[in-house]
Design a protein around this ligand. Sequence first.
Ligand code: ATP
Ligand code: MG
Ligand code: MG
Ligand code: MG
Length: 481
Amino acid sequence: MDSKSIRTSFIKFFEDKQHQYVPSSPLVVKDDPTLMFINAGMNQFKDLFLGNKEADFTRAANSQKCLRVSGKHNDLEEVGLDTYHHTMFEMLGNWSFGDYFKKEAIAWAWELLVDVFKLPKNRLYATVFGGDKEDGLEADQEAYDFWEPIIGKDRIIYGSKKDNFWEMGDTGPCGPCSEIHIDLRSEAEIKQKPGHELVNMDHPQVVEIWNLVFMQFNRLSSGELVNLPAKHVDTGMGFERLTMAIQGKPSTYETDIFTPLIDFIADKAGTKYGENEENDIAIRVIVDHIRAISFAIADGQLPSNNKAGYVIRRILRRAVRYGYTFLDFNEPFLFQLLPLLAGQFGEIYPEIASQQAFISKVIQEEELSFLRTLENGLKKLDQIKRDLRGKEPVIDGKTVFELYDTYGFPVDLTSLIARENGLSVDEEGFTKEMQQQKDRSKKAAAQEATDWIVLSEDEATNFIGYEQLESTAQIIKYREV
Ligand code: ATP
Ligand code: MG
Ligand code: MG
Ligand code: MG
């Protein structure tokens, strides 16, 4: 089954069970100070769960674009190194707003995975909440009792509060959850170690695919839990992971969601995916990050120097560095993936295709600007590495700041390269330098005239010009040593 049909079958399965299809909300959050990007399917329904809003349906199904690169859910560091976490991914979900509860949610999840998608029963595991003494919470016996006759007690695993109890925040709706995991290892490996020992252990082939959350409590500001007047179901299944399971692939990157992008990049680099681990990591980073960057731009978040915009810029620079270092890409390359993305997502998320030219231009400009200083920054890092030989393997804050300010290296990029070389960075020292810079520019603010920023004298950079993107009126300031 190809990935497009998998997505469609999921939606259709729940539509047939009277669920209303609700389109994905944009990735970029503009009206919530606690959240930069949508990180779960439930975000757009928050007001329904809190009782601030009512919908004209009590059952919904959707496929939500998610980005987990900041805040509570930040998977960025894993991406590329592992084979099942992405920055941007799609979360398939079915929802009950005060309608059905555990029984149906569990039975339908099983029916879909086993009867429709034909996943092998003897490879699936279910986790249920095992209780928490401190909170005075009992184990979720109810969920256990619905699972037991369909999956068997050997395949049910009790989980901790960390993995099996969901809370929106310090207060508000919350409840136990039950997750479905799949063991995709070979028979021989399974003989050596049973799958239930590997659930929740970050094994690349024994992975969580679906989380069923049962909202039944409300946590008050006193910390006390009371029953909610209406109970809700909130489920989230990673589309890429489901596709990997159905297509019987060892990683999400080997599904048809990623192979066209991987083939393009590997071909361009004159290599093959799967031949060299370092190259493979770089390829995974690139094909993952281009999706995050493109969708964020399509939904209105341009790369920039602060907040959400800087998160996107950091992701882009991470991808450019991987391409440059491991695949010898020294010209813009990310933007060339846009036609493939537009073709792939045209039907479900038309915003990529409709803004293709604009997205492509923004990315190309960003790539160009970073590539201008990347080589010098990497040389500088080599020098630092040599200078630290025989000394404490820590790059001091001042140097990290110089890399940031002069070469455009976000601190997490410097950390990443440092780690690759057995070094660490003094983040505290960097933060101090950053603060001093902010204080300086506050002082210099008096010199600023409208849109044109006058660089203060104590900034040790040579100003080389402005460039304006026609379509955004955003002014980009390039600096070079
Ligand atoms: P994990 O433990 O693997 O990090 P999670 O418990 O953080 O996943 P949930 O918040 O329960 O994930 O999200 C629901 C589903 O979304 C998961 O079961 C998984 O299939 C998928 N998912 C979560 N994070 C990612 C990610 N970074 N990339 C791809 N899929 C993801
Ligand atoms: Mg996670
Ligand atoms: Mg988990
Ligand atoms: Mg989970």
